[in-house]
Design a binder for this molecule. Structure first.
Ligand code: SF4
Ligand code: SF4
Length: 162
């Protein structure tokens, strides 16, 4: 299915997620880059040496989760919107998720919005905690939302209704 639609299977997604122990320690990047492409802004943006593409720019990036601080700089620089940051350290039943968001209007902090899965289907309502709009042409706005933990592996985007 991935080759036809670009939508990864749950097995592919799970391979990209750090361990639950790591997620529960604090924010960490999930880099959903599945195809070999000539690209590396994630690596060059990371000041913590936590993403490595290697010598061949076509390599799929690898994340050193011990080095990752969850700062989300790579997320805002990735042209493929392939990265999110997940933080399971705040609560037993919720996770905080930072996602790139390229649409307008941006969501409002404190509001509930629709949470979507990787196919764009409605999953659950999520609360917008923070909206970071860098106002820089080469950086994507970053939205932090609170998501029920049971949707952690399925949640991937939001829909803002106007
Ligand atoms: S979230 Fe920050 S520390 Fe982690 S890989 Fe991205 S840029 Fe590096
Ligand atoms: S910047 Fe994004 S698309 Fe490019 S290699 Fe890194 S994760 Fe993949």
């Amino acid at each position: 299915m991935f080759e036809q639609t670009g939508i990864p299977s749950i097995e592919m997604v799970m391979e990209k997620f750090p361990s639950l122990d790591r997620i529960n320690k604090g924010p960490v990047a999930v880099v959903e880059c599945y195809k070999k492409i000539p690209c590396n802004p994630c690596q060059t943006a990371c000041k913590f040496d936590a993403i490595n593409v290697g010598e061949d720019i076509n390599n799929i990036p690898e994340v050193n989760t011990d080095n990752c601080t969850g700062c989300a700089i790579c997320l805002s620089k990735c042209p493929g919107l392939a990265i999110m940051v997940v933080d399971g350290s705040k609560s037993n039943d919720k996770v905080l998720v930072k996602i790139p968001y390229e649409f307008l209007p941006l969501p409002e902090e404190g509001k509930m919005v629709k949470g979507l899965d990787r196919e764009g289907n409605y999953l659950t309502d999520v609360k917008v905690l923070k909206v970071l709009n860098p106002k820089s042409f080469d950086r994507t706005p970053v939205i932090t939302v609170e998501v029920d933990r049971k949707y952690m592996y399925d949640f991937r985007n939001i829909k803002v209704e106007v």
